[in-house]
Design a protein around this ligand. Structure first.
Ligand SMILES: Cc1cc2nc3c(=O)[nH]c(=O)nc-3n(C[C@H](O)[C@H](O)[C@H](O)COP(=O)(O)O)c2cc1C
Length: 449
């Protein structure tokens, strides 16, 4: 009860702008406003001109108790209410909001967000906000499936916008397929999740490595791997949106880094090692998500190799960057490695954790297709000395937040777990601990907070 009251008061400090764009589902934004208010959030509504064709601003004004923003060119009375005297509304609203959720998000608004078009209040505010942005698309199935819409969504995902996937079913246009806006409760939960994390990484400097490395064979050829950099870039994006300063050390990748993070571009394992060692002292958290080559050619041919029968390349091991970073860590620094495994995932992950001395290893299974390397989704196990937390398949951006949650949890004092075989008596049972009856041969756990 006390916790619920605390949550309500805490949330009262949190503020959400609901953007409404011009689709049939605009009427559902009224339900969303109510759902967010029930979570204790303060809500403003911003409507596009298209949205005003579907729903009257008065509906939202009545629900929120605030004037609804419908234009960049407001009358002075609205400007003063939103931004104060001499204020600039869209900047003030962008700073006011702890999150912006656009629901419904039309194909048009997604395209404008993706391409930085700022020709009305909502699109201008989107560019001006540094808070989490969520979009709940709703449209005809063919509009949803169109390559342009999907490409725009991909750009937005890469930039850290949370896309609340639409559902499949009967659509307002009479067709059946994907494009029906997610349920109100799903959208409200997503907003709550996004602001719940807030700026919990404020003050942290997070160094993330991403992508694969390339080890030259000759002037045009290299040994590389299939890593796309998506997991590392998602971690950089998530850390930045949670308030961290981010240094992203990236191997070659076609991805756009988050706009405000510092990017150090490298090509080979040696360059990655130099960049990480040069910058590691600035970081409070180091996440090594890059797929660094384990071997490089001993000799790099100065000229392009010609085909002339069988060729044997002699390879030498590259630097063990994770081990080096652990060996010269400074107190309080958290170091997280990644392990991509094709067999004996847990055994190999645990062995790596113990061998390298990192605080945790994120173990991926890269044997299958569809998840992990190159894919947009991933599943992993967050492995520490005491725990193995399963993170089921989800979009990499979402997984990035879950990984950051677990990393932050490493900073909290951990309970001590004492395990006793049933036949062992008088071990380390502390005063006040209750003896439970357990089946013969079972193990008992004593958790000491
Ligand atoms: C009756 C009607 C229903 C519409 N429904 C949708 C829709 O559900 N999703 C969508 O993306 N566009 C829909 N549109 C098209 C948008 O209203 C149009 O692209 C408009 O430019 C969107 O402007 P806005 O994104 O600035 O609100 C609809 C148009 C009409 C006339």
């Amino acid at each position: 009860m006390a916790a619920a009251i605390f949550l309500l008061f805490y949330n009262l400090l949190m503020r959400v702008s609901v953007g409404v764009s011009g689709g049939i589902a605009a009427y559902k934004a009224a339900e969303l406003v109510r759902a967010l208010q029930r979570l204790g959030l303060e809500v403003h509504v911003v409507m596009t001109a298209g949205a005003c064709r579907f729903v009257q601003p008065l509906t939202f004004a009545a629900l929120t108790g605030y004037k609804v923003i419908t234009s960049l060119w407001q009358d002075p009375e609205v400007t003063e209410a939103v931004a104060g005297p001499n204020g600039i509304d869209h900047i003030a609203e962008a700073q006011w909001a702890d999150a912006l959720v656009v629901s419904p998000a039309t194909a048009n608004i997604l395209a404008k967000f993706a391409h930085g078009i700022a020709d009305d209040f909502l699109t201008t505010m989107y560019l001006a906000t540094t808070s989490p942005v969520l979009v709940a698309p709703a449209m005809n199935v063919n509009m949803w499936n169109h390559a342009a819409t999907q490409a725009n969504l991909e750009i937005l995902r890469q930039r850290g916008v949370q896309v609340i996937e639409p559902e499949t079913g009967e659509l307002a246009c009479g067709m059946v397929g994907a494009g029906r806006m997610a349920e109100t409760a799903t959208i409200a939960d997503a907003v709550f999740g996004a602001i719940g994390r807030g700026h919990d990484l404020a003050g942290e400097v997070v160094l993330v490595t991403a992508g694969g490395t390339r080890e030259a064979v000759d002037p045009v050829r290299f040994l590389g791997n299939r890593s796309s950099g998506k997991m590392g870039y998602a971690l950089a994006t998530a850390a930045q949106s949670r308030g961290a300063k981010v240094i992203l050390v990236s191997g070659p990748s076609g991805l756009h880094p988050p706009s405000q993070c510092e990017v150090v571009k490298v090509i080979s394992a040696g360059e990655m090692r130099d960049a990480v060692v040069a910058r590691m002292n600035e970081a409070s958290i180091i996440i090594k998500a890059a797929a660094v080559a384990d071997y490089r050619p001993v000799a790099v041919s100065a000229q392009k190799l010609k085909r002339s029968g069988p060729l044997t390349l002699e390879l030498a091991p590259t630097e063990d960057i994770l081990a080096e970073v652990v060996s010269c860590r400074r107190p309080g620094q958290l170091i997280i490695g990644f392990a991509a495994e094709t067999e004996n995932r847990m055994e190999n992950g645990r062995a790596k954790l113990l061998r390298k001395g990192a605080d945790a290893i994120v173990v991926n299974d890269v044997s299958g297709s569809g998840v992990g390397i190159e894919a947009d989704t991933n599943a992993a196990t967050f492995l520490t000395r005491d725990t193995a937390i399963e993170l089921p398949e989800m979009p990499k951006r979402q997984l990035a937040d879950r990984i950051l949650d677990e990393i932050l949890a490493l900073r909290r004092p951990r309970p001590v777990v004492v395990e006793l075989d049933d036949h062992e008596e008088g071990g380390a049972i502390h005063d006040g601990a209750q003896k439970e009856s357990v089946p013969s041969g079972a193990r008992r756990q004593l958790i000491v907070e």
